[in-house]
Design a protein around this ligand. Structure first.
Ligand SMILES: [Zn+2]
Length: 297
């Protein structure tokens, strides 16, 4: 989920002002509307609901249309129509489409639609929260089809951010370490995770987070896969981590519990959620795939 974006991001065209201007008024271009970061989804089936260039008349002019990419020679944009108070009524969409929170929508969207929506949500959220220069505080202007904000006063350039998060399955022979936060559904456990800090390698971030949250020492770290997580701007970097100690000491400020589960318990839970005394996250989350890959290896 969120990782199957099929668009050609057309990076080389973002600085081509004439090409961008032509696509913005083209009858074939597609515009994906977001309202308060919720994405427009068709009512009759779980697909993104694309609009024509006419939607730009109600977009947030401070952001403008953000180029998502190109597919079959058709330009695709994201537009923020949050300035509308009641967009479904104002745009006459009742019964045909509605604005859906992306985590909820992702459960039913195709992988490719979820990937496109993830890119749009992350870009529009960044624009909404970075209207002013972090250097001098003056207003910034959008450049390069939405991939740059440049300060009107000091010319400082500001780029969309992506925040790396390591998420790791700690393994030791036939056991894996999972943790849970207070407030999660009962018996729900998942892989440990945490933000990568400045000047830190992924391997060091994995070792530090596991040590802090569980007291377990980690040796070898192996990359598994990654997943965009646009709430608001994370990139989940999945790793397998080999434990070098076994006594768990839970950091109660971060986790309610962390403990070892046997491969048999995890396989039972994957076959029938809740069996084996544990629920693991659903398949929309990379944690699910980390846990499954280990259990079935
Ligand atoms: Zn500035």
């Amino acid at each position: 989920m969120f990782a199957g974006n099929p668009l050609d991001r057309a990076n080389h065209r973002r600085r081509d002002a004439a090409w961008i201007a032509a696509q913005l008024v083209s009858e074939t271009s597609r515009f994906l509307p977001f309202w308060r970061l919720n994405v427009l989804v068709k009512a009759e089936k779980p697909e993104l609901a694309w609009a024509t260039a006419a939607i730009r008349s109600v977009q947030d002019a401070r952001t403008g249309a953000v180029l998502l990419g190109v597919r079959d020679e058709v330009a695709h944009f994201a537009v923020d129509i949050t300035p509308l108070h009641d967009p479904v009524t104002e745009l006459g969409l009742a019964g045909s489409a509605s604005f859906v929170e992306l985590r909820a929508a992702a459960a039913t969207l195709s992988a490719s639609d979820s990937g496109i929506a993830a890119q749009g949500r992350q870009m529009l959220d960044w624009h909404a929260r970075h209207r002013f220069c972090a250097v001098c505080g003056r207003a910034t202007s959008v450049k390069e089809a939405g991939y740059l904000r440049e300060c009107d006063e000091c010319d400082a350039q500001h780029f969309p951010r992506t925040d790396p998060v390591v998420i790791m399955l700690v393994e030791s022979g036939d056991r894996c370490l999972l943790g849970r936060q207070a407030g999660w559904p009962p018996q729900m456990y998942s892989a440990l995770a945490g933000f990568v800090e400045a000047g830190e390698s992924l391997e060091d971030a994995v070792r530090r987070e596991v040590q802090e949250e569980s007291g377990i020492a980690v040796g070898a770290v192996r990359y598994f896969a990654s997943q965009p997580w646009p709430f608001p701007s994370s990139l989940m970097i999945g790793c397998m981590a080999r434990a070098e100690s076994s006594d768990v000491t839970v950091d109660k400020s971060e986790l309610e519990d962390a403990r070892w589960f046997t491969r048999a318990d995890i396989l039972k839970s994957l076959a029938q959620p809740g069996a084996g005394g544990v629920f693991v996250p659903p398949a929309v989350a990379i944690a699910h795939h980390l846990i499954r890959a280990w259990a079935e290896s």
